[in-house]
Write a protein that binds this ligand. Structure first.
Ligand code: SF4
Length: 235
């Protein structure tokens, strides 16, 4: 089961137990539809921040992004993808040299091992292509549920809902899920958000989580969702 940093799923000093439902929130379906509409209007251009030119580059970038900022990953991959241009290049890479190449992203020992092993499996099993298939993706070294969903959605345009720490936190605060595990939250979101919006909604929630509904001290007073959010605190 993929772990989520619980310290950021709650609001830190923000007391999530003292919920106050907005007056006349309407039924949940209407409320969720309004939330999605507000998010769409607020973040019309939301998309992945990782830079990539093909599914394999996104796979490598997503492995590197674990516990690292997208900005730093982009900085590293800009030179990395000039040096290693294909799964074959990574499969033949010297482990120590690759560790040095990706050091800035942190967890570089595991990440470099996984990138080399995943590249070798891609060559052995899939002719060097990243499979557009969840079950095959999650069997690759270094690829968990979230990474597989990120790749399906962003590299192949296949509807999927990747649950990261922002999506997990916002799903709870916005009353979209009360599940305590990533898979449960993912299933709730897939049930409550129309399938054609899964990819976009994932990005909207991440944008909103980074800019407004932060883990600590969410900016409720300035939040465009404050009339629809059961966790609102407006001081
Ligand atoms: S009102 Fe907005 S910022 Fe406050 S908890 Fe709800 S979504 Fe987050």
């Amino acid at each position: 089961m993929e772990k989520i940093d619980k310290s950021s799923s709650n609001a830190g000093k923000y007391d999530a137990t003292d919920n106050r439902m907005p007056e006349n929130p309407g039924n949940d379906e209407i409320r969720i539809s309004k939330i999605l509409s507000v998010l769409e209007n607020t973040y019309p251009d939301a998309t992945t921040a990782l830079h990539f030119k093909n599914p394999f580059q996104l796979l490598v970038a997503t492995i590197l992004a674990a516990q690292c900022t997208d900005r730093r990953v982009n900085h590293v991959t800009e030179r990395l993808f000039k040096k290693y241009k294909s799964p074959g290049d990574f499969a033949r890479a010297d482990l120590k040299e690759l560790q040095e190449d990706i050091k800035e992203c942190g967890l570089f020992r595991n990440k470099s091992k996984n990138i080399i092993a995943a590249s070798r499996e891609l060559l052995e099993l899939y002719d060097g292509q990243v499979p557009a298939d969840f079950e095959k993706l999650v069997k690759l070294p270094g690829v968990g549920r979230k990474t597989a969903n990120v790749i399906l959605a962003n590299a192949f345009g296949i509807p999927a809902f990747a649950v990261d720490t922002h999506v997990y936190r916002l799903a709870h605060r916005l009353g979209l899920s009360d599940k305590k595990d990533v898979l449960g939250v993912e299933k709730d979101l897939m049930k409550k958000v129309p399938r054609e919006l899964w990819i976009k909604a994932h990005h909207w929630l991440i944008y909103h989580g980074r800019r407004v509904c932060r883990a600590i001290n969410p900016k409720c007073a300035a939040c465009p969702l404050k009339d629809l959010c059961p966790s609102v605190r407006v001081s």
